[in-house]
Design a binder for this molecule. Structure first.
Ligand SMILES: [Zn+2]
Length: 295
């Protein structure tokens, strides 16, 4: 039997290597991202397959599938072909919802096979794009009790660029905010909402140390320097949409929606003197957006 040991050992190495590769390739896809956040509420057994709830860890993974809300933003003058640069952890399904096209049409136009993981920065052709729509994931969690509004203090930016910049500055896990609201620079729409990997993985923020806000608040940053300029009307409209969506889902009162400079202990002018935080809070009254089931 001694002669078989090397073969057995080889088989073990092969199996572990194969499993390792599977995990590596799956890690970039939003739907396969593991969650370890202790604040996420215990899962409810899924009604369609109650047998899955026998293992707590498996059930926890199933419960992290988000609800997705979609909001109309702007029509792109289509249907027409547009080029989309893939942001951090974006999926073909999410991009297809943003532009009002099918995922299959994106796969076909770009010679991709179904279910492929996209690379950040990859450029995709979107045929027959009709609109640019907000697609926001909502995860069951009791962690989020505040929302903090920031500006990037830069003229231009998008989630990919700020992710790289925060990574270079040594921020834990790159992009420190949970959402970015673009200003029409670097290939993104004016008022476009981008989710950061930190939100998709439901990780604490790296945007406001004061009062322990990184642990309990959702960080939203608008691209721009609002000590010099003002947010665009589209950015403000998207901010209101996002604040209404998040505050309704997580039961966050408008008094807990703060500008960075309003947080006790924060020594900053962020999000700039040209953001009227009182009027932002007043804009929160209204209806909540419709929800749809995630895929
Ligand atoms: Zn700030």
């Amino acid at each position: 039997m001694r002669y078989f040991r090397p073969a057995t050992r080889f088989r073990q190495i092969f199996i572990f290597t194969f499993l390792g590769l599977l995990l590596t390739f799956g890690a970039g896809c939003e739907t396969t991202t593991p969650y370890s956040n202790p604040y996420i509420q215990p899962p409810q057994p899924p009604a369609y397959s109650p047998q899955q709830s026998t293992s707590p860890s498996r059930a926890a993974t199933a419960s992290t599938k988000p609800k997705v809300v979609e909001g109309s933003m702007t029509y792109v003058g289509g249907p027409k072909e547009v080029i989309h640069e893939v942001g951090p952890l974006e999926t073909v399904w999410r991009i297809s919802r943003m532009y009002g096209v099918t995922a299959d049409s994106i796969y076909k136009a770009n010679g991709l096979h179904s279910g492929v993981c996209l690379k950040e920065g990859q450029r995709l052709t979107i045929p027959n794009a009709r609109m640019l729509r907000h697609v926001v994931n909502l995860y069951r969690s009791s962690q989020w009790r505040y929302i903090i509004i920031h500006h990037t203090a830069t003229w231009k930016g998008n989630a990919k660029a700020i992710n790289a910049s925060h990574g270079d500055r040594g921020f834990w896990n790159g992009l420190g905010y949970h959402f970015i609201i673009d200003n029409g620079t670097m290939g993104k729409g004016d008022g476009q909402i981008e989710m950061s990997p930190r939100w998709i993985r439901q990780q604490e923020g790296a945007h406001c140390k004061a009062s322990g806000m990184n642990d309990k608040s959702i960080g939203i940053a608008l691209v721009g320097n609002f000590n010099i300029e003002a947010p665009t009307p589209n950015q403000l409209q998207s901010l209101t949409y996002l604040l209404k969506t998040l505050s309704a889902y997580y039961n966050i009162p408008s008094t807990n929606v703060l500008g960075h400079r309003e947080v006790e202990g924060a020594k900053t002018e962020c999000p700039g003197n040209n953001v009227n935080l009182l009027s932002v809070r007043q804009s929160l009254a209204g209806t909540s957006p419709r929800k749809r089931t995630a895929r």
